[in-house]
Design a binder for this molecule. Structure first.
Ligand code: PGA
Length: 249
């Protein structure tokens, strides 16, 4: 198998210092795996988790950042500050932020630009709602989100794309394998247009939305899927590791 899979856990607003034991368990199990593995944690435990991990396989990431480095932005945290406490990459544009915080693709692009300027890779999320899917707008929506969220400086090393249908997140519903591969192919075709053939072939496109140990293998078998962004199932070491193991087989 020549693909190196990328498995990212997104802990969302879950986890306290008491969760370090679960993170240590994940870290130990990761030592046996070949994939790129990351846990995107709440900002409050990034530092402690970064200091505890020892496997050299697992890295710690963050889930959002402010587009500026410093300034009068009460309550916000910048990419530079997250890097300073141990974050090695940062998610931006998750649908939970696009929808409940009203984040536009332009803002996502500014955040991703700031992450890349800080020297970290950005994981940029796109995905359609159930209504958009039912009205046949999936391709239009995800292409518009990607085009408008992607920094000019993005390439296959500093950017990872995650396709996460909103209706599949935390619901147990998953698109058919054909649907997943079709959307990934569509995103890759768009990347070819905007970034050129070479970058579009190697830039990683993850699938996210109800990825579990029992469906990961078939999702990873798809040509245009390079890994997964895992929410709920990344909170438990056994589930996260079982998903990551499906990428080995
Ligand atoms: P889920 O979440 O795996 O719990 O569906 C995925 C995500 O929101 O990244």
């Amino acid at each position: 198998m020549d693909k190196k899979y990328f498995i990212a856990g997104n802990w969302k607003m879950n986890g306290t210092l008491a969760s370090l034991s679960e993170i240590i368990k994940i870290d130990k199990a990761c030592a046996q795996l070949d994939s790129d593995l990351v846990l995107c944690l709440p900002a409050t435990i990034i530092n402690a988790a970064s200091e505890k991990i020892t496997s050299n396989k697992l890295v710690i990431g963050a889930q959002d950042c402010h587009p500026k480095d410093t300034g009068a932005f009460t309550g916000d945290i910048s990419a530079m500050m997250l890097k300073n406490v141990g974050a090695k990459m940062i998610i931006v544009g998750h649908s939970e932020r696009r929808m409940s915080c009203g984040e536009t693709s332009l803002l996502v692009k500014e955040k991703a630009t700031s992450i890349i300027n800080t020297g970290l890779p950005a994981i940029i999320c796109v995905g359609e709602t159930e209504e958009q899917k039912l009205s046949g707008e999936t391709e239009k929506v995800v292409c518009s989100q990607l085009k408008n969220s992607l920094p000019n400086m993005s390439n296959d090393e500093n950017t990872i794309i995650a396709y996460e249908p909103v209706w599949a997140i935390g619901t147990g519903k998953v698109p058919s394998l054909d649907e997943i591969n079709h959307v990934h192919e569509t995103l890759r075709n768009l990347l070819r247009e905007v970034k050129g053939a070479s970058i579009s072939k190697t830039i990683r496109i993850l699938y996210g939305g109800s990825v579990k140990p029992d469906n990961a293998k078939e999702i990873f078998s798809l040509d245009d899927v390079d890994g997964a962004l895992v929410g709920g199932a990344s909170l438990k070491a056994d589930d996260f590791i079982n998903i990551a193991k499906q990428a080995q087989i």
